[in-house]
Design a binder for this molecule. Structure first.
Ligand code: GLP
Length: 240
């Protein structure tokens, strides 16, 4: 794991955007895995700036998002589709048919999950998976548990995650209890991984992630098994 520590969130966001733009420029038909949440918002803003300056072209880029809440349609302001449209798709020239998010309104989630991993495989696999980190160590919506599921699947959110994400909804009761997420196996198959960690609330989870111990009770610790992980962390989240 390579670690880069930043003075603040803004510096981290700018570096993350530059990293992604450089990657896309090295391979125009890049396959990008993308996160939602509060952390990547600054990165998406910076990607828009760079796009407006003509520094990057998304016309052949394919994107695959990590996860989606169950039961929220695309027009729901807290759906991850809505988030992605607002923060990235509507701001750059990515083709709608090249963007992918698990469907939280699918009739059959087993089929949806199988198809999602199949689509990733058919695209040639993910070149770079960008991740955020849950305060409890979750990646995507892979929550701490005694066992983890490798492929894309439906998951019940922990109370801790529902609480953490309630800030985006009118109340805790409005947060969906379930989500569909890439599994840890789908994530670890990516060629490269970039994880963004910001803020005091991530300190403990991040320290475990970068320790030499692996536990399903902190899914991010599994990233230690991957040969090409870059951690971008701000001082508030870093323990050293
Ligand atoms: C959310 C998402 C994750 C995200 C994490 C951290 O629940 N499912 O993909 O990385 O929680 O979110 P934030 O960046 O808002 O702290």
């Amino acid at each position: 794991m390579k670690k880069f520590v930043f003075e603040n969130y803004n510096a981290l966001s700018v570096y993350a955007a530059q990293y992604i733009v450089n990657e896309i420029n090295s391979k125009p038909d890049y396959v990008l895995g993308l996160p939602t949440g509060g952390t990547p918002v600054g990165m998406y803003d910076e990607i828009e700036h760079m796009y407006k300056k003509g520094m990057v072209d998304f016309s052949d880029v394919k994107t695959f998002n990590l996860d989606e809440y169950l039961g929220l349609n695309k027009k729901h302001e807290q759906s991850y589709y809505y988030f992605m449209n607002k923060n990235l798709y509507s701001r750059v020239n990515v083709k709608p048919e090249n963007t992918h998010i698990p469907n939280g309104m699918a009739d059959d989630f087993a089929v949806e999950a199988l198809n999602y991993d199949k689509q990733i495989k058919e695209a040639g696999g993910i070149d770079l998976m960008v991740l955020g980190l849950g305060p409890n160590g979750h990646i995507g919506f892979n929550e701490p548990d005694s066992e983890l599921i490798a492929p894309t699947h439906v998951v019940s959110l922990t109370q801790e995650t529902i609480k953490a994400n309630a800030r985006f909804f009118s109340s805790e009761n409005d947060v969906p209890q379930k989500a569909i997420t890439m599994g840890v196996g789908s994530i670890l198959k990516s060629k490269k991984i970039l994880i963004l960690v910001s803020g005091e609330s991530k300190k403990e989870a991040a320290a475990q992630m970068m320790s030499n111990k692996i536990t399903t009770q902190n899914p991010s610790t599994l990233l230690q098994l991957h040969p090409d992980v870059t951690v971008l962390i701000d001082k508030a989240a870093d323990s050293e």
